[in-house]
Design a protein around this ligand. Structure first.
Ligand SMILES: [Zn+2]
Length: 104
């Protein structure tokens, strides 16, 4: 007896959001949307995807909280996405701190 197994051709609800917009596109768009407004059609597809995809919704929340931290505590964190780079002194300090942590 063969059991019915779902095939990729089946459009089940948990796949629908990936047809609307693939997850890897969503990840890109989420960070883009924080820097500049997206076209309305893209915004809508993004919103629908986020409603259906837990992973991407969680990613967006994390990114938002990271950006919030960067805004409120600019001296504590650094990253390539920061619009106004940290002063070279701050960066040196961070690099030094990271080096020390990596060493045994
Ligand atoms: Zn997704």
């Amino acid at each position: 007896m063969t059991e019915p197994i779902s095939t990729p051709s089946q459009t089940s609800p948990d796949r629908l959001h990936r047809l609307i917009l693939p997850c890897n596109e969503v990840v890109k768009l989420i960070s883009e949307a924080m820097d500049r407004p997206l076209p309305l059609g893209t915004q809508l597809r993004l919103r629908v995807h986020l409603l259906m995809c837990d992973a991407c919704a969680r990613y967006r929340q994390q990114l938002q909280s990271i950006r919030e931290t960067l805004r409120t505590h600019p001296d504590q964190l650094t990253g390539p996405q920061r619009p106004t780079g940290p002063s070279s002194e701050t960066r040196e300090r961070l690099i030094e701190a990271m080096r020390k942590r990596q060493q045994p």
